[in-house]
Design a protein around this ligand. Structure first.
Ligand SMILES: Nc1ncnc2c1ncn2[C@@H]1O[C@H](COP(=O)(O)OP(=O)(O)OP(=O)(O)O)[C@@H](O)[C@H]1O
Ligand SMILES: Nc1ncnc2c1ncn2[C@@H]1O[C@H](COP(=O)(O)OP(=O)(O)OP(=O)(O)O)[C@@H](O)[C@H]1O
Ligand SMILES: [Mg+2]
Ligand SMILES: [Mg+2]
Lengths: 254, 254
């Protein structure tokens, strides 16, 4: 049974994709077999690894609609041990198109039940909303990882997200547990960053990872080269931070 | 007929709320009568002005569902001339709850048709998605302003957004025009920022505002005090930039 981790936060731009892509790549570099699923119509995780679904059928959309199986959608990346199920822009219509399906919250979970390849880790990157796509991701995974940007607005939405996680656990997925909260884009030079980080730790205590991801421009350059940070600049602070986060993902596991 | 401007971009964290709040406040400081509508379930624009809807009826949700009129929902802010229609967390369910309504794309436009107070500008802050809320905003307004963060991932989604704007103009709102694109969080110290800004100008030419908003920590501190930048730190580069953007909004008008 692989560990399945959804990376979610409805607040936009907090580092969900950067965290999902780089954690998946760090664990693959360390010899784990990792599958990353891109569930965001923006397709950022896919483009961050230089993969584009040839059409909607051969993307996670095809998997959820039943038009395709894993063997049609799984794509190799440049990293040994890291496979990707790319997203499709057509996912943007999922809220409307899937609204009538019987098991609309379980479409991804049902598809994953058919996955017979052997992986150690599954990661799911979510769009910035609490709509049907994020609910599918929370229903399909057993753990949720929440990146929180060290900014005021990012604090606000946390309570709403934790409520949604609790509701999904009650109604749809009793196995869902909180893996933890990772503070991202911490800029050590500003008081605001440090204050927000301190407040997150005060309110959420042991749920907050020790490892923190600093603001580091190399992390935002890497996707334009289609590379995770461990291939773009393995010695930068951003890469070291994601290896620390990956180690903590492992130690906080079952 | 007030100018009505939707601030939209499905990419998360690009500065939609910061732009909507600070443009609205700068124009109010300059003597304009401005109404800001917060259409994001995260309620960031509302909290950035220290306003919280007492209940869902007295928010933009009540307006769209017909439970309330403008007189019930309009709230004063600390800034003369700036009024706010706050958001409600219940908007998060709008995709599902409004899916069955006949005029589901026109709910905000129909409500605005009942507005009889005199304003010079209406701004609408959108959530990071192209769902029913953003479609309502694009259908209700006559102009759309797109903040684009000077980052690689932010470039990717632009084509999708411009497609959506074109589709809304064809099917729902023939008056909708592109007011322009504002580059945000430009960090002059990084090559990436300058390269992305140059690429945006190359592809989108005259649509791109001359005025650019630099990365400035004072802009991200202001909302934690419930203040727009022109009240929090009127002499910082972030404030000067938003006054420049406001001037350009006026000159690019009809
Ligand atoms: N630690 C960091 N340091 C510097 N830049 C970062 C860092 N983490 C992410 N970024 C950049 O910040 C922007 C937002 O990050 P990202 O796209 O990963 O967030 P997201 O939560 O996935 O956004 P969305 O809500 O749109 O899905 C991106 O341009 C990314 O390259
Ligand atoms: N020019 C700037 N300089 C520094 N920080 C900024 C700037 N503009 C916005 N910010 C900060 O960056 C974060 C993202 O901005 P904001 O919340 O306005 O984006 P958004 O597009 O509205 O996000 P969402 O997609 O979640 O609605 C916020 O914490 C904000 O305070
Ligand atoms: Mg993302
Ligand atoms: Mg916002």
């Amino acid at each position: 049974q692989p560990r399945s981790i959804t990376v979610a936060n409805q607040k936009g731009g907090v580092g969900k994709t950067t965290t999902a892509v780089n954690l998946a790549a760090c664990l693959a570099e360390a010899g784990q077999r990792v599958l990353l699923i891109d569930l965001d119509p923006q397709c950022n995780a896919s483009s961050g690894l230089a993969v584009r679904a040839p059409d909607r059928r051969r993307s996670v959309y095809g998997l959820m609609s039943g038009e395709a199986d894993f063997v049609d959608v799984i794509s190799h990346t440049g990293i040994d041990g890291l496979h990707l199920v790319p997203a499709s822009a057509d996912l943007a219509a999922a809220d409307v198109e899937l609204a009538g399906e019987d098991r609309r919250e379980y479409l991804l979970a049902d598809a994953l039940a058919r996955l017979d390849a052997a992986y150690d880790f599954l990661f799911i990157d979510c769009p910035p909303s609490l709509g049907i796509l994020t609910v599918n991701a929370l229903t399909a995974a057993r753990e949720v990882l929440v990146p929180v940007q060290a900014e005021y607005y990012a604090l606000e939405g946390l309570a709403m997200l934790l409520d949604t996680v609790a509701r999904v656990r009650e109604r749809l997925n009793p196995d869902l547990r909180m893996l933890g909260i990772v503070i991202t884009m911490l800029d050590g030079r500003t008081n605001l960053s440090r204050e927000v980080a301190a407040e997150v730790r005060e309110h959420l205590g042991a749920h907050v990872f020790e490892a923190v991801v600093p603001r580091n421009v190399r992390l935002s350059e890497a996707p334009s080269h289609g590379l995770p940070i461990c291939r773009y600049d393995p010695h930068c602070t951003g890469c070291e931070a994601y290896f620390d986060v990956a180690k903590e993902v492992v130690t906080r596991g079952f």
